[in-house]
Design a protein around this ligand. Structure first.
Ligand code: CMX
Length: 441
């Protein structure tokens, strides 16, 4: 009998625990980084103070999941027949165990998700109660939050759960939630933009295939969805959504509370909302150009006008990356293959050619290259999802997969409540005085 994902995960947990315990017990006082004033005031940029084994973001190379580049992940995960992109469920297996699953192991995870996909009726009522001009991210977050009463972790915690077993009901909660997210997202889309016409899910399809089915969009939108969910799933622990998810879960809030919170962080324009901002900005340019293709000079002028009015160019720059985001490149390659003549793709591609030089001349952004958000909305638009307010919800489905994997491991390794220390400005001034001129003591 083949092991289930849960059994394989438990084996990995047992193997990993002694490493964390040894580090803590024998090397707890070893200094690995120092903190500067600009890091304290500047959003803790670059401060090495979090731990995750699920993914690592190299500034030059981009993200690796469990040590594998995105190209390796896409190449090595099992794929549905006649599809370019792998099963999202296989990615969840990889993130949890560090190992590529075989067909049979992915099949088990697909069955697990399929069994758990039915969304409680009250969640639909919560969604229906929102005014139709609400932002889909607010609805998505609330729908997730409303399911907190389903948490197995909460029930078992109240009944008296050993700390070493926290991961287990968390795993169950995570699967229960992840299986429902595409259903909830498609329902929100249909409520807001299709007068409530709902297409029920098909339990025989994988996550990407089923999402395309519920959105009523033909091939290759199933692959678009798989690619989208996979590349958005994790970006190590320090970005706003991942950090929020981890922080909230560290107080032993359940998965529903934690993922709802991380969705709220993702909804900011400097983070996940940038994918909708890119399309909004491109639409403005297209309107000004009367839908004609701008020349390079005209496009450069639009970029400068945006910068000179004090706004950022959405989809460009990154807090950690210092090269073009490989998530951007994968989507660009997909676009070059499937939608090379799409007018919005051509606009976005011209941005790729003009923006980095301009940002370098502008001289502020540390990274002038495009990030994941510069391209994702372009693909959605091409396949008919033109309501760009919805794009961050799609990001959220993907990101939830990575954060759930992280929270399960946080619990398995008994990471404690997160509690950094703050200082006042006067204290900081005092510390600076002492550091600059020690004789003032
Ligand atoms: N356009 C214009 N100015 C930019 C810029 C851009 N795309 N990217 C950075 N800058 C500016 C910053 O606003 C900052 O200006 P101030 O000194 O006036 O505050 C300066 O350059 C230095 O910023 P940085 O250190 O290079 O970047 P940060 O770590 O502060 O911020 C990010 C990173 C992503 C928020 C920023 O690059 C940005 O605002 N990009 C546009 C929005 C975007 O695409 N966000 C999505 C990121 C990916 C994701 O999380 O989804």
């Amino acid at each position: 009998m083949k092991k289930t994902l849960k059994q394989s995960l438990y084996k990995e947990i047992l193997k990993h625990r002694p490493r964390t315990q040894k580090l803590l017990k024998e090397y707890g006082d070893v200094v690995i980084d120092k903190v500067t004033v600009s890091q304290v005031i500047g959003g803790m940029r670059g401060l090495k103070s979090l731990i995750t084994d699920i993914s690592y973001l190299d500034p030059e190379e981009g993200i690796r999941y469990r040590g594998y580049t995105l190209n390796e992940v896409i190449e090595n995960l099992p794929k549905p027949k006649d599809s370019e992109m792998p099963y999202v469920e296989g990615l969840f297996y990889l993130l949890l165990t560090g190992r590529f699953p075989n067909e049979q192991e992915v099949g088990q995870v697909i069955d697990e998700f399929s069994k758990r996909r039915i969304v409680p009726r009250y969640v639909y009522e919560v969604i229906d109660s929102f005014p139709s001009n609400s932002h889909p991210m607010a609805i998505f977050s609330t729908a997730i939050l409303s399911m907190n009463r389903e948490s197995l972790f909460n029930r078992q915690y109240r009944a008296g759960l050993s700390k070493m077993d926290y991961w287990e009901p968390t795993y169950e909660d995570a699967l229960n939630l992840l299986a429902k997210l595409p259903e909830i997202a498609a329902y929100i889309y249909n409520k807001l933009y299709r007068k409530g016409d709902r297409i029920h899910s098909n339990p025989n399809l994988d996550m990407g295939g089923n999402f395309a089915h519920m959105m009523n969009i033909g091939k290759p939108y199933d692959d678009v969805s798989r690619l989208h969910f996979i590349i958005h799933s994790d970006h190590e622990s320090g970005n706003v959504s991942a950090h929020t998810g981890h922080l909230v879960a560290s107080s032993l809030s359940d998965i529903y509370l934690s993922i709802s919170a991380m969705i709220n962080g993702l909804a900011g324009p400097l983070h996940g909302l940038a994918n909708q901002e890119v399309l909004r900005w491109l639409q403005e340019v297209m309107n000004k150009m009367d839908n004609k293709m701008p020349s390079r000079d005209e496009m450069s002028q639009f970029v400068w006008d945006t910068l000179n009015s004090g706004q950022v160019i959405p989809g460009f720059g990154h807090a950690v990356l210092r090269k073009t985001d490989p998530r951007y490149m994968l989507q660009r390659e997909f676009s070059l293959k499937h939608l090379p003549e799409d007018p919005i793709f051509k606009y976005a591609d011209m941005l790729f050619k003009v923006v980095p030089d301009i940002l370098m001349k502008h001289g502020k952004a540390k990274n002038p290259w495009p990030n994941v958000d510069a391209q994702s909305g372009v693909i959605q638009w091409h396949y008919g999802v033109t309501e760009y307010d919805f794009y961050t919800v799609l990001f959220g489905i993907g990101r939830a997969i990575g954060i759930c994997a992280n929270v399960i491991w946080d619990r398995a390794l008994a990471y404690p409540l997160e509690r950094p220390k703050s200082v006042t400005t006067s204290m900081l001034e005092e510390m600076v005085k002492l550091a600059v001129n020690p004789e003032t003591v």
